[in-house]
Write a protein that binds this ligand. Structure first.
Ligand SMILES: COc1ccc([C@H]2[C@H](O)[C@H](O)[C@H](C)N2C)cc1
Length: 448
């Protein structure tokens, strides 16, 4: 069989320190901000019923109106340090920030187009201010970049004619130059979050995406790029023709979380999530259900318990401030993370049988398993069934390490942890100190 030339060049997880850091983040922030924020999903009193950052594509939006709107982009209250401090207080350890969304407007003064912040009333290098402020707070920065660029006349959805291909060659060079610019101007960047790569033009450029990814990683060693970037020479995205993930982590979990560990196929992954049901840029009206802090904490626990990270999106207003609901969620989530982050940071899939009370996470390189409890049973007895060859040595509330909880042995490999009678109004964490023992797992038996 032919060898795939432009498929994945690595099978399995990256094993370098940059990726180990990424793997341990636990919780991240996404920020979508740009010209679309000016509209907030609304025009002349009518509301666009799609994601607000897509409003340029609305049939009721005259192109001229959108494309001249950047002349009103003047965020008087923008303060990247305030953003970074809010993120720090929330407990996020990485942020992904939109440098250029599908509309093509650049939040940095790119040399390769006039459609940038430099030609708006704002004039500030927004990307630089965000990168510097978050890095100063100790939060790693990743840059979101949309390949699809509705403003660039050389963008093509498909390559049908010679003219299409000639234009798209110019577009690919433009893309390479902008990405080079971003990595050279903002070297603190740890990775690139690509979007807008689903069209045929990109799927027909598999060899180019391979060469470009290798170029970017040479330019910026350690750079982390997810599976939304590449296409192989057959137009496959995310997973190549031989079934191997192309990218440093699975980047497909958008507003959805894997049900079981099997669903992640042994890859690194993160889930990006909106607070409203959909919509990433600022929306004047949040349609439908808005997630509560407890829902967001449960999604975070769920992601970390399955070996991934949870990334929550914020859509700043045109003036550069956040809507009150977002500020409140960041504050409440941060209060919980301040007490319980041991169960989230640098944790991984524990491999224990899931129970109804909540989620297990396991501290990487430590004999500690955490129970993040969301559902206290009326019996107050929490069932625990360690993985094979693992015993629970001691159990205690993370917030009361001196008070060992009673473990009542059930059948051969399960126990009940009896909770003290109390009102449990918040999710809480129980620490299980583990040791080897009990029945040997099949592989352990094989070794002896
Ligand atoms: C075609 O359906 C889409 C395409 C792109 C998106 C974009 C959103 O605008 C946002 O940037 C999200 C991270 N991305 C996947 C969402 C749904």
């Amino acid at each position: 069989p032919k060898v795939l030339q432009h498929g994945a060049h690595r099978v399995g997880k990256r094993t370098d320190v940059e990726m180990a850091t990424w793997r341990g983040y636990g919780m991240g922030q996404f920020i979508h901000w740009g010209v679309y924020s000016l509209f907030g999903g609304e025009l002349n009193g009518n509301y666009y019923n799609g994601a607000a950052e897509w409003i340029r594509s609305w049939k009721d939006m005259p192109n001229g109106v959108y494309d001249s709107a950047y002349k009103q982009f003047n965020p008087s209250s923008f303060d990247a340090t305030q953003w970074a401090k809010m993120a720090k207080q929330m407990g996020v350890r990485y942020v992904t920030f939109t440098t250029k969304h599908h509309d093509g407007f650049c939040l940095w003064p790119s040399k390769y187009t006039d459609y940038t912040i430099a030609n708006s009333p704002c004039k500030k290098d927004i990307v630089k201010q965000v990168v510097d402020a978050y890095t100063k707070e100790g939060i790693d920065v990743y840059l979101y970049f949309s390949i699809m660029d509705w403003h660039n006349p050389d963008w093509r959805y498909d390559l049908k004619t010679k003219e299409d291909s000639v234009a798209f060659e110019r577009f690919k060079l433009f893309t390479k130059k902008q990405l080079t610019e971003l990595l050279q101007q903002y070297p603190q960047t740890k990775g690139l979050w690509f979007d807008g790569t689903w069209d045929n033009s990109w799927k027909k450029s598999g060899a180019f995406t391979d060469t470009l990814e290798q170029y970017l990683k040479t330019l910026h060693p350690g750079l982390i790029i997810g599976s939304r970037f590449r296409a192989d020479e057959f137009g496959n995205r995310h997973v190549d023709a031989t079934g191997v993930l192309m990218g440093d982590y699975e980047q497909g979990w958008e507003r959805k979380i894997p049900k079981t560990y099997a669903d992640v196929h042994g890859n690194d992954w993160d889930c990006v999530m909106t607070i409203p049901e959909n919509g990433w840029g600022y929306q004047k009206k949040w349609l439908g259900h808005w997630k509560t802090t407890n829902e967001i904490l449960e999604m975070t626990a769920q992601c970390v318990s399955l070996g991934g990270n949870f990334v929550l999106n914020f859509g700043p207003k045109p003036d550069g401030t956040f809507r009150p609901e977002e500020v409140e969620i960041a504050k409440e989530a941060g209060e919980w993370m301040k007490i319980n982050n041991a169960a989230i940071y640098n944790c991984e899939y524990a491999g224990w049988e899931k129970q109804d009370w909540g989620y297990y996470t396991k501290k990487t390189n430590e004999n500690k398993v955490y129970m993040i409890v969301f559902n206290v049973p009326v019996s107050r007895s929490l069932k625990v069934k360690p993985s094979k060859n693992t015993l629970v040595d001691k159990a205690y509330l993370l917030t009361a390490p001196g008070k060992t909880l009673s473990l009542e042995k059930l059948d051969y490999d399960a126990s009940f942890i009896q909770l003290p009678s109390a009102q449990y109004k918040q999710p809480f964490v129980i620490v299980l100190e583990t040791k080897e023992g009990g029945e040997k797992s099949d592989e352990q038996k094989a070794k002896t």
